[in-house]
Ligand binder design. Structure first.
Ligand code: ADP
Length: 202
């Protein structure tokens, strides 16, 4: 758990994650960031985030996995949303998922321009804002843009961790448990490096 106030993050184990998410559902969310390896569609949290494309009509990668797991009603609801610009976020129900809601956000398609850092940060910030607006206290993110959208994993992981930390610190009175999910070892290793650096005070 990465507690932004006193950084001590680690690769959270399933049982502990379950307890953390259960606490969040009882309105006892810790201000914590966990790094967890696994499939985001299995997580029983208030909201999981979808790294969608701007049509919001489904795609490959995590988007495809979420649509398959949530069932066809998700696409029906997504059709009513009118798409989503890069960096913004929209919410739907979770349907057949264990998670109650899905927050759909659209990451930048990597082209090397520095402005994209802000767009990627906006994905995290706007998703967290939307979760708060809906009174949600636990949220799981995939590593947005690091798959088909080809964002370099190290920079994407840094932006994810920093943006979530800043948001939690700015909303410390609210209580939010954030889970950063890693589906492949590249993403996991990137978070682990950052966590090591944070522990060393770098
Ligand atoms: P993008 O188009 O934003 O790059 P992708 O879905 O291609 O989105 O990839 C984003 C990240 O999601 C990648 O790191 C990929 O490994 C990860 N991912 C894919 N499937 C899942 C899943 N079921 N759970 C969590 N993360 C996933």
């Amino acid at each position: 758990i990465f507690n932004p106030a006193s950084p001590a993050p680690f690769n959270i184990q399933n049982q502990m994650l379950k307890e953390l998410l259960a606490d969040a559902q009882k309105n006892k969310a810790q201000n914590a960031i966990s790094v967890w390896r696994g499939d985001i569609t299995t997580l029983d949290c208030d909201a999981i985030v979808n790294a969608a494309n701007s049509t919001l009509l489904g795609g490959g990668g995590v988007d495809g996995a979420i649509h398959r797991a949530a069932g066809p009603q998700l696409l029906e609801e997504c059709k009513t949303l009118g798409g989503c610009p890069t960096g913004a976020a929209k919410i739907t129900y979770g349907y057949n998922l264990p998670a109650s809601y899905i927050i759909h956000t659209v990451g930048p398609i990597y082209n090397g321009k520095v402005e994209q850092r802000l767009e990627l940060a906006d994905c995290y910030k706007n998703s967290l804002e939307l979760a708060r607006k809906h009174h949600l206290h636990s949220i799981a993110f995939p590593a947005i843009s690091t798959g088909a959208y080809a964002y370099p994993v190290d920079e994407a992981a840094r932006i994810a961790l920093l943006t979530c930390t800043e948001w939690i610190n700015a909303n410390a009175d609210y209580g939010m448990s954030v889970v950063l999910t890693c589906f492949n070892s590249g993403v996991y290793n990137a978070y682990q490096e950052l966590v090591k650096k944070a522990q060393n005070g770098e």
